[in-house]
Design a binder for this molecule. Structure first.
Ligand SMILES: [Zn+2]
Ligand SMILES: [Zn+2]
Length: 349
């Protein structure tokens, strides 16, 4: 009987999935389906936490009538947080394959018009900036050879480095410094930070700034909602014991989420100020180009102000690839930490 019920449920579920796939072709892929399920769960969770206030808290509704602007600002923050969530999850983290397509296509175009037009990428201090209209990506086919890309990338590594060392065995392309292959996305990501399960996408060069803003908004919303819950519990309005229990449980969940969000926000702020990624910080000893660099030296940092400027004003239409610092630059960066006596030391005078 149980087996029959299980089989019929599975049939019904399969039929439902087929219908969903027919209505929404993008949901035919199981990975996309689970990411879609997570997004729906997140929206429902937000609606529950905020909706309960409007259902049970008569005081809050009264206050809304007296001070509509207060509730309006709260609701604007609520909508902005959800909008930022979808905005971030739909932004490309910056895939290496896309950058390579652009370089090869532009290089082919430049060659075709006899080197009279713009260069494939602008280079400053060895760092590479590729300007591109991301909407155009994928419309043209990948150029037949990857020579220009390989040359461009290998120039960012110290001379004498083997191409094989930096070739991704899954995508079969040469990875620029700070890139990593994501096994969930099955693509190499520029300035890979981490793969975010909640957003269903990687966090990389293209969407790290938006991700920071999302955490910031989520923290503010969580804090404000927690304050509204505490105000409700402290009020002297007669209410049922079960409502109190629900409110206390939700408040406890909010407090745990808030602690997590604040720590995450502080952690990512620190990463941004030092121009590091989560992957570089966690796997510092395993990443070949970071091995041997003193702990407190941040090889890609250009100072807090410059790091913040680059992070905040990075254009979404550009792919930025940072070259590895030379041994001389690393020595300069590590000098304040290795030299104990700056006054008498020969290097620091
Ligand atoms: Zn890869
Ligand atoms: Zn990923």
């Amino acid at each position: 009987m149980g087996v029959l019920c299980g089989a019929s449920f599975r049939d019904t579920w399969d039929r439902f999935s087929d219908r969903c796939s027919w209505l929404f072709p993008c949901l035919s892929d199981p990975a996309r389906r689970s990411a879609f399920g997570l997004k729906v769960a997140l929206v429902v969770l937000h609606l529950i936490f905020v909706g309960i206030l409007f259902v049970f808290d008569n005081d809050f509704i009264e206050k809304t009538k007296q001070r509509p602007w207060y509730t309006a600002i709260y609701l604007i923050l609520f909508v902005a947080t959800l909008a930022q969530y979808f905005f971030t999850s739909n932004t490309s983290p910056g895939y290496v394959l896309d950058a390579m397509r652009v370089v090869n296509e532009t290089d082919a175009l430049v060659r075709r018009i006899s080197m009279t037009s713009k260069q494939p990428a602008s280079s400053k201090n060895g760092n590479v900036v590729i300007s591109v209209d991301r909407n155009q990506l994928g419309r043209n086919l990948l150029a037949s050879n990857a020579t220009s890309w390989t040359k461009l990338v290998m120039d960012m590594y110290p001379p004498g480095t083997s191409v094989r060392t930096w070739t991704c065995s899954y995508c079969n392309i040469v990875q620029p410094p700070r890139s990593k292959h994501c096994h969930d996305c099955d693509k190499c990501v520029l300035q890979f930070d981490h793969h975010c399960v909640w957003l269903g996408t990687c966090i990389g060069e293209g969407n790290h700034c938006r991700f920071w803003w999302y955490i910031c908004e989520e923290t503010a919303l969580c804090l404000w909602t927690g304050i509204l819950y505490i105000t409700y519990l402290k009020s002297n309005i007669s209410k049922s014991w079960w409502v109190d229990i629900i409110m206390i449980l939700l408040l406890a969940t909010l407090c745990i989420s808030l602690i997590f969000l604040v720590l995450l926000l502080l952690f990512h702020s620190y990463l941004i100020m030092t121009n590091q990624t989560t992957y570089e910080l966690v796997r510092r000893r395993r990443i070949p180009y970071l091995r041997g660099i003193p702990e407190r030296v941040y090889p890609f940092s250009k100072g807090v102000c410059r790091n913040l400027y680059n992070f905040c004003f990075a254009q979404s239409s550009e792919y930025k690839m940072e070259r590895l610092p030379t041994s001389q630059e690393l020595e300069e960066k590590s000098r304040p930490y290795t030299c104990l006596d700056a006054l008498t030391c020969r290097c620091c005078r």
